[in-house]
Design a protein around this ligand. Structure first.
Ligand code: LLP
Length: 427
């Protein structure tokens, strides 16, 4: 669905607009987001799951008001995890009942705001929160629909899952030692809560479905215990997000329809075995919807060859617009975007302009040996967790997000200005 290609002059184009024009009009660095691709991916997730399931886009990957409108139009729901994301969602017209509110430490103020707004579900993350949300809902004279997030004892990684050391993290309530059962017991007793289901999120950038299989098995096991103990069959199960995308050519992601089929089959099979009615499934993809839809456009500033090692290519952004390489050792690719070149390959490291040697955007990549200052380079697959995790380190200004569609480009998040920085500095 991506509309990225090269024009006759060899310039990278997206949505019918070449990157030189985009750089002239919007400056660099900039996140260039292919709206056609975003909508197509959102739609693919929606249609893959059909009407028997719900897709909640995970706003943490990237959220703006334009994105909320696209999601709304394409029939996706939204997962938010802070008051700020909630405000963005509501202000762009996402119906509150299609919003799920997450987080391990929602403030009382955020909870109250979410309940007053009428969010479709709050995902409860601890015993304290079960009591807190129940109390606030009751004081508002409401009964809030909630799910309980459990940790199923699976930690999913790209190609494997580890069944130990999994519960030693801050999210969710462990299934182990009957803790999740106890949480359900409490939630069912509280007037302010309507328990609608169980939630599980096992990790991120996952390619191997076996982690989901174990998770579904264990969550259905809990549903069965709940039925046996309380005589209620909870109507919903949420399997979280985490589906991987291709950052480099080594990654081989699954299509939404394959994922939908696999997840639906797993849950149905497990429920049949447990003689339970199959609950309504929901999922929360973030990266898999938005990740591939944007690239970061940088201008090359300085080039420093280190004999026998590599060439350091400095761009006009860096760890402030993409922290993922420094934080997770994430791998990215890079391409010369403003022209093509016949020059030989040059082992390069694309680095930023920050005062830190770990300020790396692309650790190892080949760029043409005739690369020169002023060339534009593009780093693909930066739609997820780049703008949303951007910072002002070194008082570098956060880049804009430019949406491109059918030959038109428009800013959906504007570039930060020095006035923006000074406005916050009130000392
Ligand atoms: N649902 C829950 C409850 C989550 O915690 C997350 C991600 C998602 C859904 C969406 O996961 P996705 O489909 O995007 O993988 N900043 C990291 C990723 C952290 C993800 C945190 N939770 C990164 O840049 O890779």
């Amino acid at each position: 669905a991506q509309t990225v290609t090269r024009n006759e002059g060899g310039v990278l184009t997206v949505g019918g607009i070449d990157v030189k024009r985009l750089a002239e009009e919007f400056g660099t660095p900039a996140y260039i987001l292919d709206e056609t691709d975003f909508r197509a991916r959102a739609r693919a997730w929606r249609t893959a799951f059909g009407s028997d399931a719900d897709v909640f886009y995970a706003g943490k990957a990237f959220l703006s008001r334009a994105v909320v409108r696209w999601l709304n139009e394409e029939g996706l729901n939204l997962d938010v995890c802070s008051g700020g994301e909630l405000t963005t969602a509501l202000s762009a017209g996402m119906p509150a009942e299609r919003i799920a509110f997450h987080g391990n430490n929602k403030s009382a103020e955020e909870i109250e705001r979410a309940i007053r707004a009428g969010v479709g579900r709050i995902v409860l993350d601890s015993f304290l929160e079960i009591a807190r949300v129940a109390h606030i809902a009751q004081s508002l004279g409401k009964r809030q629909r909630v799910q309980i997030r459990v940790t199923v004892g699976v930690e999913a990684h790209t190609h494997e899952f580890i069944a130990t050391a999994h519960e030693d993290q801050k999210f969710g309530i462990p299934l182990a030692d009957g803790q999740a059962s106890e949480a359900v017991r409490r939630a069912l007793q509280l007037d302010g809560l309507e328990l609608i289901g169980i939630h599980s999120h096992i990790g991120s950038q996952i390619f191997d479905m076996s982690g989901f299989e174990v998770a579904a098995h264990r969550v259905v096991g809990l549903l069965k215990d709940i039925r046996d103990e309380h005589g209620v069959e909870l109507p919903e199960i949420d399997l979280g997000g985490g589906l991987g995308i291709a950052y480099t050519s080594d990654d081989d992601p699954r299509e939404p329809h394959e994922i939908a089929k696999a997840l639906t089959e797993i849950v149905t099979r497990e429920c049949e075995a447990a003689k339970l009615r199959t609950p309504r499934i929901s999922v929360e993809p973030g990266r898999a919807v938005v990740g591939p839809t944007a690239f970061t456009l940088y201008e090359v500033g300085t080039i420093k060859p280190l004999d026998g090692l590599r060439t350091y290519v400095s761009v006009d952004g860096g760890m402030s617009d993409n922290i993922r390489t420094a934080l997770y050792d994430a791998e990215y690719s890079v391409a010369l975007a403003s022209r093509t070149s016949d020059a030989g390959p040059m082992l390069s490291r694309v680095v930023g302009k920050h005062c830190e040697s770990g300020d790396i955007v692309v650790r190892d990549a080949f760029l043409p040996a005739d690369l020169a200052p002023g060339d534009l380079i593009a780093v693909p697959a930066t739609g997820a967790y780049c703008r949303s995790m951007a910072s002002n380190y070194n008082h570098v200004l956060r880049p804009p997000v430019v949406a491109v569609k059918d030959g038109e480009a428009r800013v959906i998040v504007r570039r930060e200005t020095e006035e923006d920085l000074l406005r916050l500095d009130v000392g």
